[in-house]
Design a protein around this ligand. Structure first.
Ligand code: CLF
Ligand code: SF4
Length: 297
């Protein structure tokens, strides 16, 4: 993979555990859960739990203020030498109450300038904030894109809240789609390394994700991460996706193969919680929360 990209790009991903598969063995990320609200409803989201933009349902994340987030980052940075990236990925949408997210990034950027900052969003509000993200040198943005066709989108998203108004059905899905594509294009234009996450939902968008892959690559997405829907009856029925099963590992594998299975496909995602801390797959959120604050914090 290194050979396939220029030195400047390599420099930007070599310490990022999600953007570089190699890096995830050596570098850790942490999420700060400063974004409680959301501007859309995903049928696979159970709002009692974490955001499924990038996370598995089942555990409630703490809600942090920007100042609380900075204190937590300082604490973790003092104890986890592998920490290279701080991300904001929920538990709602990181750009719905963008001022909280931007304030948090600003505080962390000023206090710990060596950390890479990363953001994950559903994309609805992204076009409005590309400039602000650029100004803070946020070079890694993930957009969850699950469809191009609004008819399919309407089966995944019952409503969105946009321009002070609630939109429903196919109309809502059309707006979300347009905003996601605009956000993707503008972020790529601004030099951001955009990763696209897609949740594979058998019977709804599984066959459609090949077209999604082609479209996001054509618009300059750096990576595409196809993730399985996590269906977990123990934590209640997902809103609107009653009884819908997640794909089997074989189904995910087949889809990835059909997408070329190359370096532009992320395959090591762990579908983190919005308050995840540590190496991918070895979360330390609980232990960090019970640690005494670092003496230097
Ligand atoms: Fe977090 Fe996401 Fe940034 Fe990584 S997670 S905001 S890009 S720092 Fe990574 Fe976790 Fe998968 Fe996300 S393994 S869910 S892809
Ligand atoms: Fe839930 Fe995240 Fe979807 Fe919002 S964007 S509805 S928080 S999964």
């Amino acid at each position: 993979r290194r050979e396939a990209m220029d030195a400047a790009t390599w420099e930007r991903i070599k310490d990022h555990p999600c953007y570089s598969e190699d890096a995830h063995h050596y570098f850790a990320r942490m999420h700060v859960a400063v974004a409680p609200g959301c501007n859309i409803q995903c049928n696979y989201c159970n709002r009692k739990y974490d955001c499924s933009n990038e996370s598995r349902p089942g555990v409630v994340s703490g809600r942090l203020t920007p100042e609380g987030a900075l204190a937590k980052v300082r604490n973790v940075a003092a104890r986890l030498p592998q920490l290279s990236v701080v991300g904001i990925a929920g538990p709602g949408d990181a750009l719905f109450q963008a001022e909280r997210t931007l304030k948090t990034f600003e505080l962390i950027r000023a206090a710990l300038p060596d950390l890479t900052l990363c953001l994950s969003t559903n994309g609805l509000a992204l076009p409005d904030h590309v400039d602000a993200l650029k100004a803070l040198d946020i070079g890694h943005v993930t957009i969850t894109i699950n469809y191009l066709d609004p008819e399919i989108g309407a089966e995944i998203y019952p409503w969105i809240f946009h321009n002070h108004k609630r939109w429903k059905g196919v109309e809502a899905a059309r707006i979300l789609h347009e905003r996601q594509m605009e956000g993707l294009e503008r972020a790529v234009e601004a030099g951001v390394l955009v990763k696209v996450n897609s949740v594979m939902i058998p019977g709804i968008n599984d066959e459609h994700l090949t077209e999604v892959n082609t479209a996001v690559r054509a618009r300059g997405a750096f990576l595409h991460n196809v993730m399985p829907l996590i269906s977990d009856p123990a934590h209640g029925t997902k809103f609107g996706l009653e009884g819908r099963r997640g794909p089997s590992p074989a189904e995910i594998h087949t889809l990835r193969e059909s997408l070329g299975n190359d370096a532009r496909l992320m395959k090591h995602c762990r579908q983190c919680r919005a308050d995840a801390v540590g190496m991918l797959g070895e979360d330390q959120c609980q232990s960090i929360d019970t640690m005494a604050p670092a003496a230097t914090a």
